[in-house]
Structures are given as structure tokens and as C-alpha cells.
Design a protein around this ligand. Structure first.
Ligand code: ADP
Length: 628
């Protein structure tokens, strides 16, 4: 029975996302022991977490656990007294039942106390669950704020983050509940032992030893499943991803039009089938062992039953004592069962916590820079022989890039897709660090700049700028965190970004909700979004380096040229960097860098490059012909 409960719970947990994992694991005394203790690996950290979340509740939780653990033995003891006092009263002529009544009342009080303790436990749990869920979520998000872009682009890491978030509100408390539950059962077992030892120490040995094999087996299988689940993580991740693609609004359009649904769903099913085969193997093995070992326990227990009954018949113990010992055995068995199912669930909680703590313990290289200004503000930006290779990539994305861009100048980056233009911007904004070479701002290496001071200097609009599902005004305000809610500044920036016209026509003007996730959310066209993004850049009035990474691609060529011209005028003593595929805009820049596979292949002004009659001139002519 115990095994069935444990397995059902594990199977249910498996369906809820964390599937059991199993491929044949090497078994041996070492793995058994490790599997056994593996189940408790994170219990201490979980308890610390709960303790630091709310001490009063934790103490109450522990105290109630203890009370709920001891009381059942007391009930069994009083039960015996009732039977014995009934027998004694009958033998005494049946006149005085007052002692019997006293014991009955006492038992009633004890049973009511058990019920009270259990209510108290579930109350503590509900309160702790809410607090703990919030606390863990905040911990996860706070950590997310300190991470580098590279972390988010690392699939393994991203996996940790999403898994940590998914079950943040339930897992830590579940582990604590189960750990305490285990403790409660242990306390019960000890108290049963104290009473049973009067019958015979052997009876205590039988009670504990009979349950031990099943307990160890459960812990071992749980430990195995715990380790093996992690190996299977990529497949589970793919399943999660397919779920997203099939059920999220931003994919729905394409999935429908291209009819990708059935194929993707088939993939989803295939993965399940593969994983299920392994799950089945583990579950069958677990349950077969559980049944066999559970049978030993049952045989031992019923042997003890017979022994107690025979002893009573022989007159060595009273009827009341027999009732008590039988009850102790029965309850002892169910305490063992409850422990088994607790252990069965604990591995999943452990799995969760291991992911959580790995995520929280991720080392983030702290920038040591503290400078808020450089020695030579007239120097602007300098790239000195900068090369960069993405983590895990074999080819460098940028190689030996050098250029100098003083304040007041504008630069355009030209090159095919994948030639390294965006990467260059990511390095400049220190989202990544160069693999070799260095980047200077105002004569000071970016490494030495205080990160915040550096970022305040730069306003960037990426090709894939964020579209916040918030108010229109906040979408503009996002450009300068300090003025996020400053309506006057929104208007000013939107004016410059040419967004004010259409914003004012929206039903609630700057207070219109954007995006489909919320009620009355409006969707904007691509071009309108880009105007919002441009306005966002204009929020950064203190930024003296402005970067436009193709944010105008959804506008027509005329509008793009106007925007850039506008930008240049507003940014007379600033540095402007532009990435565009439109030469009509690019030609306006003071300096143009032509990139090819991470290298600068040509540089100069439009006129110089045209005279040179190289790649730039070729591409320019090609495009100009298209327009004619
Ligand atoms: P562009 O902006 O010129 O289109 P990118 O700078 O985005 O080009 O990309 C340059 C090269 O770096 C490409 O080969 C691309 O595949 C690679 N790359 C871009 N982003 C990443 C990334 N996050 N991780 C690994 N490789 C990347």
C-alpha cells in the first residue's frame, strides 16, 4: 500500500512537468548510499530558506510537527488504559465507571489535539507557501537583474532560469513539508518504540527493520531518478519549447498560415513516447521492488501480530495492552508508508532546488570599473584591434577592428547580414567584452568605466527593440528610467521621434495600453512601433552616443533618411552610429565602415568610397539602380 501511494505520487508529479527519468543506472553499495542521502541533499537549504522567510511560522511549524508526531502514541496508550479499566471495572462488579470515563475524556482531548495540530500545520503551510513563493520569485528576479546578456543567450542557463521560475511558489515549501513530515513520522515511530519495548525489544526491531529495505530502495530509486532527470533536460526543454510555439499568440500567426501545427505536435508526441518508455522502465522497476520489499514488511508485521495475540491468550499481557500493541504496529506501519511516499516526492523537490540554487549561485563577473568620466572627453570612441568570438562559437564575429570616432561625428556600418554590425554595438555597450583588443571612451578603457555611468552615456535602439505591453507613454519613457512616468518628457521625446502625431490619435493618447495581453490593449503597426523606439532614444537627453541598429527598416526610405537627418541635427556634438541597408541614408554619415565577415574591408566618407570604386560603390550603384 505504501509503495502504491509513493508511486502514484511520483507518477502524478511526473506528469506535471518533471518526468521521472531512467536509463539503466549502475547499481552498487556506493550509489545506493549516495542515492539515499541525495534525497536529503537540499533539505537543509530549504529549511534555512523557510527559517529566514518567517521565523515565527517556522518554529510553530516545527513544534506542531513534533506534537502531531507524539500524540498518536499517547492515544494508543490511553486506549489501552480504557480497555484495562473497563475490564477492571467489570471484575469489580460493574458499579464504578468513573476511571473509564476519565480515560475516554482524555483520549477525546488527545484526538482533538491531534486534529488541532494538523489544522495548525496546514495553516502554517498556507501562510508560508504564499510568503515563500513570493520570496523565491523575488530572489530569482533579483538575480536576473545582475546577469549578463551572455547568460540569457546560453541555452543551458536559460533552462535553469525557466525551470526555477516555473515552480518557485510550491517546491521549496513542499520539500520542507516533506522533510518535517518525515521527522514527524520518525518521532511517532520512536514514541511507538518506547511503548513497544515494554512488550519486547524484538518487537521494536521488527517494526523498524521490516520497513527499512523498502525505505532504502525508495530512496535509491529516487536518487537515481534525480540524477538521470538532469541528463534528459534537453529533450524536456524541447518539449517545453514546442508547447510555447504551439500555444503562444506571437507564433500563432505563422503556425497557422504555414500549417506547422500537426508536424510540431507530432514531434511533441514523439519526444513524449521516447521519454515514456524510459519512465515506464523506472516505474515498473520501482514498483516491483517496492511490492517485494513491502511484502517482507507485511509478513513481518503479521508475524508480530500473531505473536502478540498468542502472548495475550497465554495471559502474559492484558487485553488493553494487546489493543495498544496491535494499534502501535498498525500505526507504525502507516508511519513507515507515509515516510516512503514522502521520500518518493522529495527527489522532485530536490531536483527543483538544485536547479534553483545552481541558478542563484551562478557566478557573475563583477565589473571592477568605477570611473564616471574619462581623461579626454574630446577623444570619443576608439576601437583598438578588437576581436570577439561568441562563447561556444568557432568563428570570430569580429576580427581586428580599429576605428576612431570623435564627438560630433556620425558613423554608418554597412555589410551583409551576419557581418558583425550588431556585435560591434553589443561590444560598445559592454553587453559583451572583447576577446582581445580594447575599446576606449574619452580615453578610458570601457573596463574601467562604471557600468551605470557608461550606459547613461549611450542610447541604443536595437533592431529587435522591446515592445512593452504597457502604456504608450511608458514605452517612450522606458528610454530614461528616471523619467519613466514623466508625461511632459514623453511628449517632448515623441515629438522628436515623430510619434506624437499618431499617439495623439489613439483613444486614450499617451495613456493607451499597448499589446494584446491586457484589456483594451492596442496593437501598433511595425512603423509605428519604430517611431516609439526612436522616441525612446530621444528620452535619453544626457546620452551623447546614439546608436540606431536598423530601427527604421519598417519605414520607407524617405522617412528613414528624414529621421537620420533629424537625428544628426539634434545630435550636433554627439556621436551617432547608424546601421542600415539603405545607402540613401548611409551616405549622409561622416564616415562609413564596410564590414565583411567581421573585418573592416573599406572605410571612408561616401565620396571617398565612391571614388575608390570598390565594394561600397558597387553595392551603392546596385541599389540606386533599383530605385531608378
Ligand atoms: P549583423 O548585425 O551584421 O547582421 P551580427 O553581429 O548579428 O551580424 O552577427 C555576426 C556573427 O555572429 C554572425 O555570424 C552570427 O551568426 C553570430 N552571432 C550573432 N549573435 C550571436 C550570439 N548571441 N551567439 C553566437 N553567435 C552569434
Amino acid at each position: 500500500m505504501a509503495r502504491a501511494a509513493g508511486a502514484a505520487e511520483a507518477a502524478a508529479g511526473g506528469r506535471a512537468g518533471h518526468r521521472l527519468t531512467e536509463t539503466p543506472a549502475p547499481a552498487g553499495p556506493g550509489t545506493t548510499l549516495r542515492g539515499f542521502f541525495g534525497v536529503f541533499r537540499y533539505s537543509r537549504r530549504a529549511i534555512e530558506l523557510v527559517w529566514s522567510t518567517n521565523r515565527v511560522l517556522t518554529v510553530a511549524f516545527a513544534a506542531l510537527t513534533l506534537i502531531a508526531g507524539v500524540l498518536p502514541a499517547a492515544v494508543a496508550y490511553v486506549g489501552a488504559q480504557i480497555v484495562d479499566s473497563v475490564v477492571a471495572a467489570i471484575n469489580a462488579g460493574g458499579r464504578d465507571a468513573s476511571r473509564v470515563i476519565e480515560f475516554v475524556v482524555l483520549e477525546g482531548v488527545l484526538v482533538a489535539s491531534i486534529a488541532g495540530a494538523q489544522r495548525g500545520l496546514s495553516l502554517c503551510q498556507s501562510l508560508l507557501r504564499a510568503q515563500l513563493g513570493q520570496r523565491v520569485n523575488v530572489m530569482i528576479l533579483e538575480k536576473a537583474l545582475t546577469l549578463e546578456l551572455a547568460h540569457f543567450e546560453d541555452s543551458e542557463f536559460y533552462d535553469k532560469l525557466t525551470r526555477a521560475r516555473r515552480e518557485a511558489s510550491s517546491r521549496p515549501l513542499a520539500l520542507v513539508t516533506r522533510t518535517f513530515g518525515l521527522a514527524q513520522n520518525a518521532v511517532s515511530l520512536v514514541s511507538y518504540g518506547v511503548l513497544l519495548v515494554q512488550f519486547s525489544p524484538w518487537a521494536v526491531a521488527i517494526l523498524l527493520l521490516a520497513g527499512l529495505p523498502a525505505f532504502i530502495a525508495e530512496a535509491k530509486f529516487s536518487g537515481d531518478a534525480f540524477r538521470l532527470f538532469r541528463w534528459r533536460s534537453p529533450e524536456t526543454r524541447m518539449q517545453m519549447y514546442l508547447e510555447t510555439v504551439l500555444a503562444r499568440e506571437d507564433y500563432a500567426k505563422e503556425v497557422k498560415l504555414y500549417g506547422l501545427g500537426p508536424r510540431l505536435l507530432d514531434r511533441y508526441r514523439d519526444i513524449f513516447r521516447r521519454l515514456y518508455r524510459e519512465d515506464r522502465a523506472l516505474t515498473i522497476r520501482r514498483d516491483a521492488w517496492g511490492f517485494a520489499l513491502g511484502l517482507i514488511a507485511t509478513i513481518a508485521l503479521y508475524g508480530a501480530y500473531a505473536w502478540i495475540a498468542v502472548t495475550t491468550v497465554q495471559g502474559a499481557i492484558t487485553l488493553g495492552e494487546m489493543t495498544m500493541y496491535l494499534m502501535l504496529f498498525r500505526q507504525g506501519q502507516s508511519a513507515v508508508s507515509a515516510s516512503l511516499s514522502a521520500v518518493g516526492g522529495m527527489y522532485e523537490d530536490n531536483l527543483y532546488l538544485s536547479t534553483l540554487y545552481e541558478y542563484l549561485d551562478t557566478e557573475v563577473p563583477r565589473s571592477s570599473g568605477t570611473a564616471t568620466r574619462g581623461p579626454d572627453p574630446s577623444d570619443g570612441i576608439r576601437f583598438e584591434d578588437v576581436s570577439f568570438t561568441y562563447p561556444g562559437a568557432s568563428e570570430p564575429a569580429l576580427e581586428h577592428v580599429s576605428f576612431h570616432l570623435p564627438p560630433g561625428r556620425s558613423l554608418a556600418l554597412v555589410g551583409e547580414n551576419g557581418s558583425g554590425k550588431t556585435t560591434l554595438i553589443k561590444l560598445l555597450t559592454r553587453l559583451y567584452r572583447p576577446t582581445s583588443g580594447r575599446i576606449l571612451l574619452d580615453g578610458l578603457d570601457l573596463e574601467e568605466w562604471d557600468e551605470k555611468a557608461l550606459r547613461e552615456r549611450i542610447g541604443v535602439i536595437f533592431q529587435d527593440f522591446a515592445r512593452y505591453q504597457m502604456l504608450v507613454g511608458e514605452n517612450v519613457g522606458a528610454g530614461d528610467e528616471r523619467h519613466f512616468e514623466d508625461e511632459a518628457r514623453w511628449r517632448e521625446a515623441a515629438e522628436k521621434g515623430r510619434a506624437s502625431e499618431f499617439i495623439e490619435q489613439l483613444p486614450r493618447g499617451y495613456h493607451t495600453q499597448l499589446g494584446k495581453w491586457f484589456r483594451e490593449g492596442r496593437e501598433l503597426s511595425g512603423g509605428q512601433w519604430q517611431k516609439i523606439a526612436l522616441s525612446r532614444a530621444f528620452m535619453r537627453t544626457r546620452a551623447d552616443i546614439l546608436v540606431l541598429d536598423e530601427p527604421t527598416a519598417a519605414m520607407d526610405a524617405q522617412a528613414e533618411a528624414e529621421v537620420f537627418e533629424h537625428f544628426r541635427q539634434l545630435a550636433r556634438d554627439r556621436i551617432t552610429i547608424l546601421i542600415s541597408h539603405r545607402f540613401s541614408t548611409v551616405r549622409m554619415a561622416d564616415e562609413i565602415l564596410v564590414l565583411d565577415r567581421g573585418r573592416i574591408v573599406e572605410r571612408g566618407s561616401h565620396e571617398q568610397l565612391m571614388q575608390k570604386n570598390g565594394r561600397y560603390a558597387h553595392l551603392f550603384t546596385l541599389q540606386a539602380r533599383g530605385y531608378r
